[in-house]
Design a protein around this ligand. Structure first.
Ligand SMILES: *[C@@H]1O[C@H](CO)[C@@H](O)[C@H](O)[C@H]1NC(C)=O
Ligand SMILES: *[C@@H]1O[C@H](CO)[C@@H](O)[C@H](O)[C@H]1NC(C)=O
Ligand SMILES: *[C@@H]1O[C@H](CO)[C@@H](O)[C@H](O)[C@H]1NC(C)=O
Ligand SMILES: *[C@@H]1O[C@H](CO)[C@@H](O)[C@H](O)[C@H]1NC(C)=O
Ligand SMILES: *[C@@H]1O[C@H](CO)[C@@H](O)[C@H](O)[C@H]1NC(C)=O
Ligand SMILES: *[C@@H]1O[C@H](CO)[C@@H](O)[C@H](O)[C@H]1NC(C)=O
Ligand SMILES: *[C@@H]1O[C@H](CO)[C@@H](O)[C@H](O)[C@H]1NC(C)=O
Ligand SMILES: *[C@@H]1O[C@H](CO)[C@@H](O)[C@H](O)[C@H]1NC(C)=O
Ligand SMILES: *[C@@H]1O[C@H](CO)[C@@H](O)[C@H](O)[C@H]1NC(C)=O
Ligand SMILES: *[C@@H]1O[C@H](CO)[C@@H](O)[C@H](O)[C@H]1NC(C)=O
Length: 781
């Protein structure tokens, strides 16, 4: 029964495009991606996937004005994807929403809740087949309980080897003992050719326990404000059984927040180079404010993360510290990619953007810097426009000569909450050192070392660098430098470019996601019976209508009108569709129910997703519209015929109304990310539904408790804190206890002391796999 009902519910959902899904305001006519703070990103072959982070939308209003940007909290757990086959323009006027594909982690496109909650920051590890998300900060909510400390989400896009019973989609995975998901703000890198992912440094709570986004001073123990002196490694060689390690860093390699780490194809398994990052970033302060003693300490120590970089030999698990020449000052929340000279004689690490981690209202960097190795020389290769700067973005390299900068947020310096200057995606030519106006998958070249770099390290555009070791004024470890002379087996690296240009107007969509919810997670116990009753009623209604239609059909055929029916004039099946379309709002209760219920429609009694749904429907977005609005507009419903796998057609243009009853959620007054330190910010144009600044849920009525809980979740996701909004930040009680001031460093110094890598957990041990069929019915551990 539940199976059938789920199927029907799925049929009622209309596809949504990569538009703002919830939180539309009255009078809103369009939405533009405004800023995207700290998403995590990973590339599988020809597509970059973006998960989590706070995505803010700027609403365009019917009177021609723009409303205050909103962050809808991504209740459907949408993962965005961008296929490198799709050309686009980076002009401000280009609607970037139209090129993203979307996938919901909520079963059947319902709310994702704790199956796929929104994480701020954290990592996405990807190889050529799958990605795994790890770490990051949850927003506190009472709508559902947080996922267990060892749960991570994996998305399987392709099968390793010949598929046996491969089903692509989401699965939940479990970490071994000795490792939790309670870490954030580390530096992540994926190494597809080795099936490895690494997470370097980052922040944790003082107790290594649960961490939340901006938990407030009252919950200081849930704040991620201590440095994590670890290197987390995941080996994805076995699709069914990733192996995780938690290594403690040697004392010579200090922890840091929001560094960047890159992989360089030399020696047996490559080397990692960690650059940038800071200690005591203001956003990690539980009060989200500047702390003078910590600021001073950060200003003294953080520049060293640029001037002395940590180098890790993957195969031998040895760390080195290497001095560089000509470094930039301290920077965090930038992004980095590597471009290797065609002959491998130099590897140029590009760093773009970021800020000092201490002054979120100061100008952000819009510069591009290059650290060339093995010479370990820095060069600023592009000076930007300060107002265009950004931090908290991600960079990926679709082609050897191009870098995408995706997301980020601007400085909080302005009076208002502002959107990024320039579009949410920027494209940089790594060879010519120019920002490009557009991306075209048919235009690319091999990487050519820019003259600015080869003037410094010798050689030409194709390589032949003469400076193949750090300059004699900087000391270096010969063993480390020798690694650069050993060739990496480049046949292990699969290249996926060039990408065939996608045919116009077809919407990029990742194929066939389906979710494998963990049984019993997060559903308040009272909901199951309620849901069951409602679904039962729906089922009975459907059954009754079906019987009536069947009787009618029999009647018709008895009357000899069957042929007429085949001509399509009175076909009872059409009758069903007509009923589904015309049915009054009340009868569409299941749409609302599923949307508002923190449970999956695929509950425990329903072990299988119908293949039709898993195969063709689940990746369509649920319509969050009010049923009444659906009836009004007449466009919200999708005929059951859409259940067939015709997902290739462009979905963005055929999208239904996205007006939602969650409008007015989180109309934000003053907060950006973990930097709500500018007390002066006020809404650009408060929604009529938001009479009070800093209040979020006002104007929403007729909501069930569940709804309100959900909205609270959203509002907290949005980073709104009444305390901050009411001036706590302005008062800025900057009198940190001295004890805390010394905390990171002393803890670090005393914490461990091994000089080599220390395998903290080693064994894959208790790795369990949550599989829909396997774990079904087994109660949560
Ligand atoms: C961009 O496209 C999306 C999807 O079609 C739409 O919802 C949104 O309103 C558009 N934004 C603008 C500014 O037109
Ligand atoms: C979006 O709405 C704003 C405000 O009404 C309007 O100025 C702008 O032209 C719209 N954008 C598009 C692409 O329709
Ligand atoms: C923080 O503290 C408040 C009470 O002060 C509590 O209601 C809330 O659940 C706590 N937890 C989080 C994660 O914010
Ligand atoms: C890594 O291991 C250490 C103990 O060696 C532990 O304290 C820490 O919590 C672990 N890190 C994570 C993210 O679980
Ligand atoms: C990048 O610049 C190089 C050198 O000017 C040029 O050959 C190449 O075509 C450019 N790539 C793109 C995508 O514009
Ligand atoms: C890039 O270099 C490879 C090998 O050197 C060569 O085969 C290929 O034609 C080059 N591609 C372009 C677009 O120049
Ligand atoms: C180079 O590093 C290795 C590994 O840490 C170490 O054993 C060796 O002593 C170092 N050599 C020098 C000259 O510092
Ligand atoms: C290089 O890698 C390829 C692909 O994994 C493998 O077939 C080949 O044997 C490797 N070559 C060497 C010298 O290890
Ligand atoms: C990306 O687009 C190309 C061209 O349309 C298509 O062949 C490919 O399957 C798409 N990739 C994914 C992951 O959907
Ligand atoms: C945060 O603010 C509270 C008072 O609101 C203060 O007691 C505490 O010391 C502050 N903590 C830090 C790390 O600044």
């Amino acid at each position: 029964m539940a199976l059938l009902v789920s199927f029907l519910i799925a049929g009622l959902f209309a596809r949504l495009c990569a538009a703002q899904q919830a939180g539309w305001q009255p009078g809103q006519v369009n939405a533009t991606m405004c800023q995207w703070q700290e998403p995590r990103a990973g590339v599988i072959r020809d597509t970059v996937y973006l998960d989590g982070g706070f995505l803010w939308w700027e609403p365009g209003m019917s009177d021609g004005s723009y409303g205050a940007p909103t962050n809808d909290g991504n209740p459907l757990g949408i993962v965005y994807s961008l296929n490198f086959s799709i050309p686009f323009s980076t002009a401000q006027s280009f609607n970037m929403s139209t090129i993203f594909g979307t996938t919901s982690k909520g079963a059947g496109g319902s709310e994702a809740n704790n199956i796929g909650p929104l994480y701020y920051d954290g990592a996405m590890f990807a190889n050529d087949y799958e990605w795994i998300t790890y770490g990051g900060l949850l927003s506190s909510t009472d709508a559902y309980s947080p996922p267990p400390d060892d749960e991570v989400a994996q998305y399987n896009q392709y099968a390793y080897g010949p598929p046996k019973q491969f089903e692509n989609g989401f699965v939940l995975e479990y970490l071994p003992s000795g490792l939790t998901r309670y870490i954030t703000d580390g530096a992540a890198v994926s190494v597809p050719s080795e099936n490895l992912g690494f997470y370097f440094g980052g922040l944790r709570s003082a107790t290594f326990g649960d961490i939340y986004y901006d938990p407030g001073a009252a919950n200081a123990s849930l704040n991620a404000d201590s440095l994590s002196e670890t290197l987390i490694k995941v080996d994805m060689s076995d699709q069914e059984n990733s192996v995780w390690h938690n290594y403690t860093l040697p004392t010579s390699v200090p922890g840091r927040a929001n560094a960047e780490i890159v992989w360089i194809p030399v020696s047996k398994q490559g080397i990692l180079v960690a650059i940038g990052g800071v200690i005591f970033p203001s956003y990690a302060n539980v009060n989200q404010t500047d702390n003078p003693a910590q600021t001073l300490e950060s200003e003294q120590q953080s520049p060293a993360f640029m001037s002395t970089v940590a180098v890790y030999d993957v195969a031998n698990q040895v760390w080195y510290e290497q001095e560089t020449s000509g470094p930039p000052g301290q920077l965090t929340q930038g992004c980095a990619v590597v471009a290797s000279a065609q002959d491998g004689s130099s590897h140029n690490i590009y760093w773009y953007g970021g800020f000092d981690g201490l002054h979120p209202a100061a100008t952000f960097s819009d510069d591009v810097w290059v650290l060339s190795v093995p010479s370990f020389m820095w060069m600023k290769v592009k000076s930007g426009t300060p107002s265009h700067g950004r931090a908290g973005h991600k960079c990926v390299k679709p082609y050897p000569d191009q870098m995408f900068v995706i997301g980020g947020y601007p400085s909080l310096g302005g009076a208002d909450f502002s959107c990024l200057e320039g579009n949410i995606i920027q494209v940089f030519n790594l060879s010519s050192l120019d920002w490009l106006d557009n991306y075209d998958p048919s235009v690319w070249s091999n990487y050519s070392v820019p003259s600015m770099i080869y003037d410094m390290i010798g050689g030409t555009g194709t390589g032949s660098a003469t400076q193949t070791a750090p300059s004699s004024t900087t000391s270096s470890n010969a063993t480390m430098i020798a690694l650069f002379q050993q060739q990496y087996n480049t046949s292990k690296i699969t290249t996926w470019y060039p990408y065939q240009a996608a045919t116009t107007s077809s919407t990029p969509r990742p194929t066939l996601p389906s979710v494998v919810p963990k049984p019993g997670s997060g559903t308040p116990s009272f909901l199951a019976p309620v849901l069951a009753v409602i679904l039962g009623l729906v089922f009975i209604t459907v059954l009754v209508v079906g019987i009536m239609l069947w009787r009618r059909r029999r009647l018709l055929s008895v009357m000899g009108t069957a042929t007429q029916s085949e001509n399509g004039t009175v076909d009872p099946r059409r009758g069903v569709l007509g009923w589904l379309r015309a049915v009054p709002a009340d009868a569409k209760a299941p749409t609302i129910t599923t949307e508002e219920t923190p449970s999956s429609p695929y509950d425990d009694e329903n072990p299988y997703m119908p293949p039709e749904i898993g195969g063709g429907q689940v990746h369509e977005m649920m319509d969050t519209s009010r049923p009444q609005e659906l009836s009004d507009s007449g466009t919200g419903l999708v005929p059951l015929a859409l259940l067939s796998r015709n997902s290739a057609q462009g979905g963005l243009t055929s999208s239904p109304s996205v007006a939602s009853h969650t409008s007015a959620t989180s109309t934000i007054s003053n907060i950006s990310g973990r930097h709500p330190s500018n007390p002066a910010i006020s809404p650009i144009a408060p929604s009529p539904n938001s009479p009070e600044e800093g209040r979020i849920i006002s104007g929403v009525s007729n909501l069930s408790e569940t709804d309100k809980g959900h909205l609270r979740g959203i509002s907290e996701t949005s980073g709104v804190s009444v305390a901050t909004g009411s001036g706590a930040a302005a008062i800025s009680p900057l009198s940190p206890p001295k004890v805390e001031g010394g905390d990171y460093i002393s803890a670090k110094a005393g914490g461990e002391g091994t000089s080599g890598p220390n395998d903290g957990s080693g064994s894959p041990g208790s790795k369990r796999r949550s599989n829909f069929s396997e774990e079904l019915g087994e109660s949560k551990k």
